[in-house]
Design a protein around this ligand. Structure first.
Ligand code: UDX
Length: 445
């Protein structure tokens, strides 16, 4: 099929390349000329494992191209809208200006019979509003919503082999032309057995925010348990293992630590709450405010623990920060707990030296005074405290014996609960996890 993807940011760039891999002719359109130039050269504008290869094969096959010219929309019969929906500057709601602008481009260049498929995360009711905004003399467009569930760091696999597909169409019927068109788009994953749910617009819009709200709630739940564990001497990782064996609960997304960050979960739960309030149902999701509060409290906890370990005053002390990205295998520092903690410690006067394999440059854009180095060893040199903030493989596999000689003090905060406490304690480190037993309680001498 002939497809366009409007918006070539994180979501759109990956989606365009994935659609070409599925055999479609795809044009990716974005207003950012620099981004389009890089994508046209086969260069991913951000770090994402596997994306570069996918771009190369798409461009090489002739099925994938990128342009800033919205008139290229006319070459496609189905248009994906994959622009960002950031948090608004003046509140918690979603800023839909990019969605509206993308839709206006489709109205200007699309033709009768075209199908417009939204992928961006939007407040429930958006598709209905867009459909109603089509002017009487505008093209005869059919609207659908096909939410995207891809995770950064796994975006290529999540796009090519999604764990489910959701098509939201006007009448909610699998027999509708829009659902049939999307079945052709996703013929390969559907053939491979990907579950498909065809539903109405509102449900499709809600599925995405509900999924993210549930994931965020799971993380804040276990972080709340970590807070209780911290005052009772219990161990939250063992607690998570024990409850996670219950198949109804499941062990995934029960890792306590500094909580969730990134470009999706934090803003999506806030936008969901804001939309629920607009709909007069704020009470229904008020718990999400608490989920957000618990999440942000974990960042303070690490800053306070660091101060405590440094004699109540971080000023002047050298701290090695391992990790700045909001999670491993990503260079994204949007709402990153790691970066926020590093910046807070620096603001308190600590001498912070941070390492991150891919996110250091992005972190310096947000906090220009932040000192970053290339390797963990350089960060550790002379440090009085080490804080693991993003669980990159190269950090969690550090040998506590080998690195013990690098630091001035053997003190480590494992803010992701990703290290082996016993190994670090045996190597002479004062190990502190979050919601985990301390050295004495573990009983390692
Ligand atoms: C998320 C959703 O998973 C995805 O489906 C949606 O499309 C976009 O938002 P992403 O933001 O890429 O994806 O990251 P994810 O892997 O979900 O992690 C989110 C945050 O939660 C990260 O900061 C991660 O470190 C944190 N997290 C995750 C925990 O603190 N504990 C866990 O157990 C799991």
């Amino acid at each position: 099929m002939r497809l366009s993807v409007v918006g070539c940011g994180y979501l759109g760039a990956v989606h365009a390349a994935a659609m070409a891999d599925l055999g479609h002719d795809v044009v990716g359109i974005d207003v950012d000329a620099g981004k389009i130039e890089r994508l046209s050269r086969g260069e991913a504008p951000f770090f994402e494992p596997g994306l570069q290869d996918l771009l190369h094969s798409g461009l090489g096959s002739g099925r994938l191209r990128f342009t800033t010219d919205p008139a290229a929309l006319a070459s496609a019969e189905l248009h994906f809208i994959a622009v960002g929906t950031p948090q608004r500057g003046d509140g918690d709601g979603a800023d839909l200006s990019f969605v509206d602008a993308a839709f206006a481009q489709v109205l200007a260049h699309g033709a009768d019979g075209d199908i417009v498929v939204g992928k961006s995360t939007v407040p429930v009711g958006t598709v209905e509003r867009l459909a109603a905004s089509i002017p009487a003399d505008g093209p005869d467009l059919t609207l659908a919503w096909n939410p995207e569930f891809l995770r950064e760091g796994h975006a290529v696999a999540d796009s090519l082999t999604p764990d489910r597909l959701v098509f939201g169409v006007a009448d909610g019927s699998a027999d509708s032309p829009a659902a049939a068109a999307l079945e052709r788009v996703y013929a390969r994953p559907l053939h491979e057995g990907t579950p498909l749910i065809v539903t109405d617009w509102a449900t499709a819009e809600l599925v995405k925010v509900a999924a993210n709200a549930f994931l965020a709630t799971k993380i804040s739940f276990i972080n709340a348990m970590a807070e209780i564990a911290e005052v009772t001497g219990a161990d939250v990782t063992q607690l998570a293992d024990a409850i996670g064996h219950d198949a109804r609960i499941g062990r995934r997304f029960l890792n306590a630590g500094v909580g969730f960050g990134g470009g999706c979960l934090p803003k999506d739960i806030r936008a969901f709450s804001a939309r629920a309030r607009e709909l007069g149902r704020g009470d229904s999701v008020r718990f999400l405010d608490e989920v957000d509060t618990i999440n942000l409290r974990r960042r303070d906890r690490v800053v306070r623990l660091a101060a405590e370990l440094l004699g109540d005053e971080p000023a002047g002390h050298r701290i090695a920060v391992l990790g700045l990205a909001f999670k491993p295998d990503s260079d994204d520092v949007r709402d990153s707990p790691a970066l926020e903690i590093a910046s807070a410690l620096r603001a308190a006067g600590a001498v912070v030296v941070a390492a991150d394999p891919h996110a250091a440059a992005n972190a310096r854009l947000r906090d220009p005074g932040l000192r970053t180095v290339d390797t963990a060893a350089e960060a550790l040199a002379g440090a009085e405290l080490v804080i693991l903030l993003t669980e990159w493989t190269e950090f969690v596999t550090l040998d506590p014996v080998a690195v013990a000689g690098l630091t001035a003090e053997r003190r480590v905060i494992d803010a992701r609960n990703a290290l082996d406490p016993e190994a670090w304690i045996r190597a002479g480190w004062d190990y502190r996890g979050l919601g985990r037993r301390s050295a004495a309680a573990v009983g390692v001498s």
